[in-house]
Design a protein. Structure first.
Length: 198
């Protein structure tokens, strides 16, 4: 996985303690969602440490073509239909190239990283934990290719990264019109912002 272990484990635990950690299984892949992010990974693509971090929270992985929501204090609740929704979201055509910029904006107690689309200069805010999470140094160089991305969809606040064993999408922060946060984005879109790697 090209996800740094400690931030990944923290994201899993935060989802499990709040709205729930959704985990599905289909065609040799696991689908894992924490609400604002989704991971698709080959079942053989996770190492034992990564699997153990999940088992600690969810107890077991789902059977093929099933999905459940694991939440603290509630056990695993099997669901209907949402597996197809996760598959559809992961299979969209994410084709617009974005870059991670050096700009971080504070919204209350959270820090949001600005990502900018290469041609239109459209900007979006993304929880900065994603910037810490994506890590080329975390891959198994014998089995994995370096991650590609981020890519997005026109007029949607979604970013996408992938390699040969996994994909991750993350939803950006939605901002209301005529707010300070929206005004800052519009100002930034007038400038080609310097990018930084992954």
């Amino acid at each position: 996985m090209f996800l740094k272990f400690e931030p990944w484990k923290k994201m899993l635990k935060e989802a499990w303690k709040s709205s729930g950690l959704i985990v599905g299984s289909s065609e040799g892949n696991y689908y894992i969602s924490g609400g604002w992010w989704i991971v698709k990974i080959l079942k053989d693509g996770m190492n034992n440490k990564e699997k153990a971090a999940m088992i600690e929270l969810i107890g077991e992985f789902p059977e093929e073509e099933t999905i459940f929501n694991a939440r603290k204090g509630c056990g695993n609740q099997y669901e209907i239909c949402s597996l197809e929704q996760l598959i559809e979201i992961m299979d969209r055509n994410y084709s617009q190239r974005y870059r991670k910029t050096k700009i971080i904006y504070q919204m209350e107690d959270k820090f949001e990283r600005v990502y900018q689309e290469d041609t239109s200069q459209r900007c979006m805010y993304m929880n900065n934990i994603i910037a810490d999470l994506i890590d080329v140094n975390s891959i198994d160089v014998m089995e994995e290719t370096p991650p590609e991305g981020p890519y997005g969809i026109p007029e949607a606040n979604i970013l996408f990264w992938e390699n040969n064993i996994m994909k991750i999408i993350a939803y950006g922060v939605r901002v209301e019109e005529e707010t300070e946060e929206k005004n800052v984005l519009e100002l930034l879109e007038n400038v080609e912002l310097p990018g930084i790697e992954m």
